[in-house]
Write a protein that binds this ligand. Structure first.
Ligand code: ATR
Length: 279
């Protein structure tokens, strides 16, 4: 265990609810691994106290924090500066305190792209299920990293259209489609990404799609609880390559850690630690 003393820095994650977050495990391990004198705690903030919480963080000189559901968008108005990429996504998941100046970043997109790179997966034509905050970060990262076609397929058509028009405005060369889940069979791509919460514990028997769409060779489900979702099980049966949600969680955490400390922790070191601890 790290020795806590008068020089120990404090980092945190804020959300509502926050009880099941894995981030304290990842970051406290990372601080220890990197020899950084810091601790990381969870704060469950009520929606009507978000501003108070941020003022409190400033007053006590909190070194940095992560932001999770439901505050990734609403946090922005309390920050002094927002990084260009986070501005494009319209959401912040990482804040650093530089001499009392709070700057927000979004590491979800880069974390996602890094995991694709780790698996040598090409970014070309993609089907993205969902059109919420996670999808926004992922679609922005995909278009900035050279995707040629992005098919955004969502339960609610209007949300898919809204996201598609935003993504299209970033780069007109990429073909961006919006549609509903009932029409999924019209679409073909090598990479399928699930950004919806469908299949998440306790609804483990649910899948956002009944079948793996045509041409899909790689399935990436960002749901990490359970480790292996129903969608992933279906994809395995079809012989698809798999990327697990835990990889994106760790990918974004590693990027946050880099922003805070400058230290790049290898992702496999964190995976080994979580497995050893049975987390
Ligand atoms: P996040 O920030 O995790 O992306 P979100 O912004 O609430 O969360 O987005 C959740 C996404 O999952 C949305 O695309 C949502 O579809 P709608 O736009 O129709 O709301 C999708 N989603 C959530 N529950 C779903 C369900 N039971 N079936 C299909 N899609 C679902």
């Amino acid at each position: 265990m790290n020795v806590i003393n008068s020089s120990t820095k404090l980092y945190a994650v804020i959300g509502h609810p926050i009880k099941h977050s894995l981030s304290p495990h990842i970051h406290n391990f990372s601080f220890k691994y990197a020899g950084v004198n810091a601790v990381y705690l969870c704060f469950d903030i009520n929606p009507d106290r978000l501003g108070d919480a941020i003022n409190g963080f400033k007053a006590i000189g909190l070194s940095g924090f992560n932001v999770t559901i439901p505050y990734k968008e609403s946090i922005i108005k309390y920050l002094d500066e927002v990084d260009v990429n986070a501005g494009l996504i319209g959401a912040v998941n990482t804040v650093i305190n530089k001499d009392g100046h709070f700057k927000g970043y979004n590491t979800d997109g880069i974390g996602f792209i890094n995991t694709l790179k780790n698996h040598h997966i090409e970014i070309n034509e993609v089907i993205v299920l969902g059109a919420g905050g996670a999808s926004r970060a992922i679609c922005t990262a995909l278009i900035l990293n050279g995707a040629k076609r992005i098919n955004i397929i969502n339960r609610t058509y209007e949300n898919a259209v809204k996201l598609a028009s935003h993504i299209q405005s970033i780069d007109s060369k990429c073909k961006v489609n919006a549609d509903t889940l009932e029409n999924i069979s019209k679409y073909e791509a090598e990479l399928l990404v699930n950004t919806t919460s469908v299949g998440m514990w306790p609804h483990v028997d649910n899948s956002p799609v009944d079948d793996i769409p045509k041409g899909v060779k790689v399935v990436y489900d960002i749901v990490y609880n359970p480790y292996e979702t129903k969608l992933i099980k279906m994809a395995k049966e079809k012989g698809c390559q798999i990327v697990y949600g835990i990889e994106m969680l760790i990918g974004q955490a590693v990027e946050s850690f880099k922003i805070w400390t400058g230290v790049d922790i290898p992702e496999d070191v964190i995976i080994t630690y979580l497995k050893k601890e049975g987390i």
